[in-house]
Design a protein around this ligand. Structure first.
Ligand code: SF4
Ligand code: SF4
Length: 516
């Protein structure tokens, strides 16, 4: 496997260009490729070599990009981080007998709370449905816009971006960081590196800390954590997530996307020639070459070979080499190249979001193809709509009372001294309301049946009491006169009725007797 990497940069110093003041490293500075534009010398390693899966990592020093897509990434980063860190602190009033945390995975109570939705263990299919919808949404977005999930919202991208912000704050932009890494160890270098790693660790601890707040009442757990009174498992998970955040966001970075994540391989099946991806418009850019102010653009391409698109790339690749596995569609190279085009007075969009189909159509002057409405995204969107509608429908109409009955297998039945037949059952009643409910139990399908519930009174229609938001289990006996049993089994219905609201739940059961 080949990898595109950045070599050290060589640059001309251009007054007013912030990055150019960072000094040079690597090859000797070359001539400025265009007026007001510096040149960064880059050696993409994916040219003319077999990709080596175990190639030694070459450190990437992404330069800060400026432009529309960088702004979008800042906004997405701020919103996603705010959601992650603040969501456990949002309160949601569910009444006196339920937790007031809007998003809570209550493992001891075996519940998942999401604002007004409460998922019980036996309703885990809702989570399955949600995961299916999330996967299909990812397929849909990828088929339309390539790996925008990876470039903008994937946690690995967001945290790596955050760690890069910290790195730039302490060590400076690309050139300064390269110089610092090459410089001998001095007190100043140690101080800068130490400050960066401490800040990274603080972020990592906060990230791990925020995660555990999703599993317990956040204010209570926060107080317990500070007082070292929280459950051990909380500290273990904070430690685990601190380690993974620090390692993946601070050190592994692009290696996670290239080597660890399966999505780059899978997404190849979602993307086709009509997907919007970050593309280099080769027909416009080639033949590339340096440009001097006042020169004619006749007979040459718009690319001035400045490599600015490469030095901002967090994956260290050169988009001019075409579509590559490493590209996360973050569009920072678009921002960089647009800035260069502004400086040399050429139209923006030499690198742009486009489809491969339309890039070749533009090259040959054909009319462009509208690509959003095509079979693949329509199929994905249709499945999402169907699954979403089914889930929403069942969620809005699901009962607040649920009953299940398990008949005793051994013995199948008992013949009493008066000749009547008795069956034993275990009845489970789920009260999903947030107050105590009383339920009347009866049996339909056997008019002469008598009911008794261990520990409950009222033989004709025993009253079952269930605590709020709880599942209660009852031992139930149904007795029938032998003459009522014409066959060895008789279908009966257990009917549970809420005495306050009249809500009913029915469970189909079987009454067994001797063979006839
Ligand atoms: S594509 Fe744009 S940014 Fe990249 S080298 Fe050419 S001119 Fe420079
Ligand atoms: S090539 Fe461009 S879009 Fe792809 S990862 Fe690099 S900067 Fe982002």
């Amino acid at each position: 496997m080949q990898h595109a990497v950045q070599a050290d940069e060589a640059r001309t110093t251009v007054p007013g260009d912030e990055a150019a003041t960072g000094g040079a490293s690597g090859p000797a500075p070359g001539p400025a490729p265009g007026p007001g534009v510096e040149r960064a010398a880059v050696e993409p390693v994916n040219k003319g070599e077999q990709r080596n899966l175990y190639a030694k990592r070459k450190k990437i020093y992404p330069r800060r990009a400026r432009g529309t897509f960088r702004k979008v990434k800042w906004i997405v980063m701020a919103v996603t981080l705010a959601i992650y860190y603040l969501a456990p602190w949002i309160r949601w009033d569910r009444g006196p007998n339920a937790p007031d945390q809007a998003i809570l995975i209550d493992i001891p109570g075996r519940r998942f709370y999401f604002f007004f939705i409460e998922i019980w263990p036996q309703e885990v299919y809702y989570l399955t449905g949600l995961l299916i919808m999330a996967a299909l949404a990812l397929f849909l977005v990828t088929s339309l816009f390539g790996r925008v999930w990876c470039g903008y919202t994937c946690p690995q991208t967001v945290w790596t971006d955050l760690f890069l912000v910290v790195e730039r704050f302490f060590e400076g932009d690309r050139s300064a960081r390269i110089r610092l890494d090459k410089a001998p160890w001095t007190a100043r270098k140690v101080a800068k590196k130490a400050a960066k790693h401490v800040a990274w660790l603080v972020i990592a601890v906060l990230t791990g800390g925020a995660w555990v707040f999703y599993f317990a009442d956040a204010p209570t757990l926060a107080a317990d954590l500070v007082a070292f009174d929280a459950p051990l498992v909380s500290y273990v998970f904070i430690g685990l997530l601190t380690f993974t955040t620090y390692t993946l966001g601070g050190h592994a970075r692009e290696q996670v996307c290239t080597y660890m994540c399966p999505w780059p391989r899978i997404q190849a099946a979602m993307v086709d020639a009509d997907s919007m991806v970050v593309t280099y418009r080769e027909y416009r850019g080639e033949p590339r070459g340096h440009y001097r102010k006042g020169e004619s653009w006749e007979g040459r391409g718009d690319c001035i070979d400045c490599n600015q698109c490469v030095v901002v790339c967090p994956m260290g690749i050169d988009i001019r080499d075409g579509q590559q596995l490493e590209c996360i569609n973050c569009a920072l190279c678009i921002d960089a190249c647009n800035g260069v085009m502004d400086k040399v007075g050429r139209p923006r969009g030499l690198i742009a979001y486009d489809t491969l189909e339309n890039v070749s159509r533009r090259a040959t002057g054909q009319s462009l193809r509208v690509t959003l409405l095509r079979a693949r995204p329509i199929i994905y969107a249709s499945i999402i709509l169907v699954v979403g509608a089914v889930m929403l429908g069942t969620l809005l109409t699901r009962p607040t009372l649920d009953v299940s009955v398990l008949r005793d297998r051994n013995p199948l039945f008992v013949r009493l001294s008066d000749g009547s037949i008795r069956n034993g059952y275990t009845l489970k009643v789920i009260n999903k309301e947030h107050d105590t409910r009383h339920y009347k139990l009866s049996v339909a399908g056997a008019p002469d049946a008598t009911l008794s519930v261990v520990g409950e009174s009222g033989e004709a229609a025993p009253i079952l009491t269930v605590e709020p938001d709880r599942l209660a289990s009852f031992r139930v006996y149904v007795t029938l006169p032998a003459k009522d049993l014409k066959r060895s089994s008789l279908p009966i219905d257990f009917v549970v009725e809420d005495t306050a609201s009249g809500t009913r739940a029915t469970y189909d059961g079987i009454f067994r007797g001797p063979e006839r």
